[in-house]
Design a binder for this molecule. Structure first.
Ligand SMILES: [Cu+2]
Length: 180
């Protein structure tokens, strides 16, 4: 009897905790779960597109559709400042790297938080990218909201420091919060 009562109390407590936990995440508008960057071309380029960020169970899913590229691979990163005003997008600063680690591929545990690898464009200059990053954050002090996405003219070799030798910046977009 006593055990039964204790079990019931435990179940009720667990149910209440689960409810508060998920409810708080789903309804708190101060905790963003989606973000978007609209890419616009830098001077002399015609690269444009969208990059969406969605919080999922295993991290942040990033889906990009970009046009106007030369065929092949193009470095793709989150840079530290949400400022695309410079003609060459140099105003976006360096790679977003809150933990001061070395540049590398996105699936390498110690690479820059902003390392997203490469976009790969087909013969018509279109690239589709879909990857879930386990370390990117949409909230807290290391959030990517308010920073910028940059597409580069060349491939990121995923090893040259500090930015993969990817060359000039061909498109830039500021990352903003999207409503639920
Ligand atoms: Cu970059």
């Amino acid at each position: 009897m006593k055990t039964g009562l204790l079990t019931m109390m435990l179940v009720v407590t667990l149910l209440a905790a689960t409810r508060v936990g998920s409810g708080a995440l789903a309804t708190n508008p101060l905790v963003p779960t989606r973000a978007l960057a609209v890419l616009t071309p830098t001077e002399g380029n015609s690269v444009s597109g969208t990059v969406s960020f969605t919080k999922v169970q295993t991290g942040v899913r990033i889906v990009a559709d970009v046009t106007g590229l030369t065929p092949g691979a193009h470095g793709f990163h989150v840079h530290e400042f949400g400022d695309c005003t410079a003609r060459d997008a140099s105003s976006a600063g360096d790679h977003f790297n809150p933990f001061r680690v070395l540049h590398g591929p996105p699936d390498y545990p110690t690479s820059h938080a902003g390392d997203l690898g490469n976009l790969v464009a087909d013969a018509s200059g279109k690239a589709h990218y879909d990857w879930t990053d386990p370390t990117l954050l949409l909230d807290g002090p290391n959030s990517i909201i308010g920073r910028a996405v940059i597409v580069h003219e060349r491939a990121d070799d995923l090893k040259t420091q500090p930015s993969g030798n990817a060359g000039r910046r061909v498109a830039c977009g500021v990352i903003g919060i999207v409503g639920p």
